[in-house]
Design a protein around this ligand. Sequence first.
Ligand code: URA
Length: 250
Amino acid sequence: MLEKLRIDKLLSHAGYGTRSEIKKAVKAGRVFIDGVKVKDSGIIVQPNTQIIKFDEEQVQYRSTIYLMLNKPQGVISATEDGRERTVIDLLLPVDKLLSPFPVGRLDKDTTGLLLLTNDGQLAHELLSPKKHVNKTYEALVLGEVTEADKISFEQGVTFDDGYVTKPAQLTIFESSQTDEGQCTRIQLTITEGKFHQVKRMFLAVGKQVLTLKRLSMGPLQLDENLALGQYRELTDNEVDLLRQHRGIGK
Ligand code: URA
């Protein structure tokens, strides 16, 4: 489908200034479409087929943005909040122009992979309970996590509100002594995303999650080169993988 939008909107999304700055730039004769000087900042353009120049520089336009964030603790997975810092506050102004939002929610104290995009359709499909998109978490759990817990998670555990979880895969790594007592490092892959899902699953077997980090969502793996709070754009290949994956609803 051919995209059409106002030239002032396009240029402000592309980082050339506010709408009123662009209006002035148009008046000053700095904007051209297919070699013709633009006179009206409300004119509709088709960025896929028309060449737009600002001060003789060809404008590279895109309408979607896909960012991978290594979420740190202490920020909430929302676009805005009156009191708390949000994941959007971590972005550079230029990366906010296309209004990305977090795909799903990680708790304030959870770290790791968070996808930010303005592609509502993709976000909707990745979050749809019907699609069963795998999410893998690494956690440090207080106490000893046992083979019995692994079997319970495979069969489904019951939350305090009576909800029975879908089968989940638990991998148990080493135990260690910490200031909090004996702890076990684990990985858990779930296919659903209930509020506090992982923490509540461990509570259902009488254990407490001390730290939680998301490693992957569907085919998208956290880039371990990203420090906490850092983010990068997805590669074309990662975007393709996500698009292909969303078709695999079960
Ligand atoms: N499960 C949780 O308990 N918290 C998260 O942030 C994500 C999954």
